[in-house]
Design a protein around this ligand. Structure first.
Ligand code: NAD
Ligand code: UFG
Length: 337
């Protein structure tokens, strides 16, 4: 199979490209390198002992997509390419809707023109919004998102649902990721955010390596056992493997279906700090700060649908998440640079 992976040079994309190459698929990566380095793909190729085709280009660029689909016989598309910073999206909503929503529509139009009908989309737990009961189940109505980023994911899911209704040959799976963390166990690839990290684990890892002085814990007065927010953290390699299972499932003519990809268990911020300290032997200085706007107190996945229908479940726990995060960060103190 030849798979087009948009955003394949990024964090989750690069780990998925590795898993695809290792199981023998041919891969074409399309990435505009707005939030990634091509070094990630070079390292993936080295680990896999096999090359991917790399195209530097944008999903909004029709001519680029046309050339790509003309040059390669693509069986399925995995669409990671997006802007993903929640806070930034409130300041730049148009950029987020243009890149994420319009980018997906252009990609779907060019897929239709090229007769490519299998599509996997990187959705997010954020589509459940602020009123959904925990654990999140796919039967809960989505909506009530709290940022333009979240709304862009919600809008794309609606686009996919409607397109699948109109085009019976279109098979699509939206994978709703919970909180991806960790790195490939080799420590050769991992998460390399530009600037100050927004997300918890990269922030902790950069404190541990000495790039940042201390962690601010956003809120200590939530209605949770220790007062800090709980999230469902999932190892990025478990997440990558979920895409392979979803690809297999697309062959069964799925229409539009959404699956939660999470571990089904919540950890608090303080539990995450402790687990990282145990894995790394480093002390993480932290201070409780005011709540961050838009954060929900606690959510985790009911991932039983993916278990039943995709034959997918996580196999790595919090110890592996922390070990692999620290392995990547300590081997690459400055990321891919
Ligand atoms: P990332 O920023 O590391 O990867 C996204 C990649 O897409 C980058 O390499 C970037 O250069 C590329 N890109 C962005 N816009 C593009 C465009 N218009 N054309 C071509 N390439 C473009 O992010 P990630 O963490 O790997 O996330 C991958 C996907 O998963 C995103 O869609 C994100 O919204 C979604 N997601 C991420 C998380 C998370 O916490 N990391 C959680 C839920 C969902
Ligand atoms: N946190 C801190 N300090 C930090 C960073 C984060 O205390 O410096 C806390 C947050 O308040 C939150 C928890 O750590 O309670 C996790 O925060 P992240 O920013 O790592 O993750 P979020 O749950 O906010 O968001 C992530 C992705 C989004 C996605 C969402 C739901 O970044 O893309 O999960 O899937 F939409």
């Amino acid at each position: 199979m030849a798979i087009l992976v948009t955003g394949g040079a990024g964090y989750i994309g690069s780990h998925t490209v590795l898993a695809l190459l290792q199981r023998g698929d041919d891969v074409v990566v399309l990435d505009n390198l707005s939030n990634a380095s091509q070094e990630s793909i070079r390292r993936v190729e080295k680990l896999a002992g096999k090359s991917a085709v790399f195209v530097e280009g944008d999903v909004l660029d029709r001519a680029c997509l046309r050339d790509l689909f003309a040059a390669h016989q693509i069986d399925a598309v995995i669409h990671f390419a997006a802007l993903k910073a929640v806070g930034e999206s409130t300041r730049k909503p148009l950029e987020y809707y243009e890149n994420n929503v319009s980018g997906t529509v252009v990609l779907l139009e060019e897929m239709r023109a090229a007769n490519v009908w299998n599509f996997i989309f990187s959705s997010s737990a954020t589509v459940y919004g602020e009123h959904a009961p925990v654990p999140y189940v796919e039967t809960t109505q989505i909506g009530g998102t709290t940022s333009p980023y979240g709304t862009s994911k919600l809008m794309i899911e609606w686009v996919l649902r409607d397109f699948a209704k109109a085009e019976p040959q279109f098979n699509t799976i939206a994978l709703r990721y919970f909180n991806p963390v960790g790195a490939h166990e080799s420590g050769e690839i991992g998460e390399d955010p530009s600037g100050i990290p927004n997300n918890l684990l990269p922030y902790i890892a950069q404190v541990a390596i000495g790039r940042l002085p201390q962690l601010g814990v956003f809120g200590g007065d939530y209605p949770t056992p220790d007062g800090t927010c709980q999230r469902d953290y999932i190892h990025v390699m478990d997440l990558a493997e979920g895409h392979l299972k979803a690809l297999d499932h697309l062959a069964k003519n799925t229409g539009y279906t959404a699956y939660n990809l999470g571990a089904g268990k919540g950890y608090s911020v303080l539990e995450m700090i402790k687990a990282f300290e145990k894995a790394s032997g480093k002390t993480i200085p932290f201070e409780i700060k005011p709540r961050r706007a838009g954060d929900l107190a606690a959510f985790w996945a009911d991932a039983s649908l993916a278990d039943r229908e995709l034959d997918w479940r996580v196999s790595r726990g919090i110890d592996e998440m922390m070990r692999d995060t620290w392995n990547w960060q300590s081997k690459n103190p400055n990321g891919f640079n």
